[in-house]
Write a protein that binds this ligand. Structure first.
Ligand code: 13P
Length: 253
């Protein structure tokens, strides 16, 4: 089964509007010739609209980093799926480990957010991953399994077709300590197997699974060579056009 590689940059809480536009302008040039790789950037909320305008006429997709599940109302500080659609987002990242760790997100709230995004026609990147302690206690598979079952509760094949899963081991995020291609592949294979049990064969073969956690131009190729790794969710290295474009151009290496 051939799956279109998908490289996404999660900018986290970085870049003012001016800095975001500068990065996008450089990036557009650096990856203009790249074919057969889907690319997305996820700037902070404040830069989404400006980046959307700058991306017009390119195939780079725009993603948000979070949303709230209600459509509107008295929810101070939150942003709805409809608002994200309006500023040009095609994707939204849901359940990132930083949201789970620092902002109290649970499998249940992740599930509500996923349903709300899909109901508005947004595609999404659904994040899962274990802590170092989980890994040391040999709980990686059970933790990832719980996150998948909880996050995807009540969803069918049709919904899964609009989703990408990102496996991001927390111990590899921002630490410079990447999972080896074999370590990542093992969990990706497990996730695909789990999808096969929960959903149809077609969906489990089609769904793309990104790896995230200290991805760099140096390690991307080895990761992408694995049969069940279909892309990357890149943090730190997505903040510079030079490193992110090299990751996007992994086929040229
Ligand atoms: P780093 O690439 O900085 O480790 O971040 C990974 C990540 O959390 C992407 O969502």
């Amino acid at each position: 089964m051939r799956r279109l590689p998908f490289i996404a940059g999660n900018w986290k809480m970085n870049k003012t509007v001016g800095e975001a536009l500068e990065l996008i302008r450089e990036l557009k040039v650096a990856i203009a010739h790249v074919k057969e790789v889907e690319v997305a950037v996820a700037p902070p909320f404040t830069a989404l609209y400006a980046v959307h305008k700058e991306l017009e006429g390119t195939s780079i997709r725009l993603a948000a980093q979070n949303l709230y599940w209600e459509e509107r109302g008295a929810f101070t500080g939150e942003v709805s799926p409809l608002m994200l659609k309006e500023v040009g987002c095609q994707y939204v990242i849901i359940g990132h480990s930083e949201r789970r760790q620092f902002f109290g997100e649970s499998d249940e709230t992740v599930n509500r957010k996923i349903k709300a995004a899909l109901a508005q026609g947004l595609k999404l990147i659904f994040c899962v991953g274990e802590t170092l302690k989980d890994r040391e206690e040999a709980k990686t598979f059970s933790v990832v399994e719980r996150q998948i079952e909880g996050g995807l509760r009540g969803l069918g094949d049709k919904e899964l077709r609009n989703m990408v899963i990102a496996y991001e081991p927390i111990w590899a995020i921002g630490t410079g300590k990447t999972a080896t291609p074999e370590q990542a592949e093992e969990v990706h294979r497990f996730i695909r197997g789990k999808m096969d049990k929960l959903h149809s064969r077609g969906v489990s073969e089609e769904i793309r699974i990104q790896y995230g956690g200290s991805v760099t131009p140096e390690n991307i190729k080895g990761l992408m060579n694995q049969p069940n790794i279909d892309g990357a969710l890149v943090g730190g290295a997505s903040l510079k056009a030079e490193s992110f474009s090299k990751i996007v151009r992994f086929k040229e290496m």
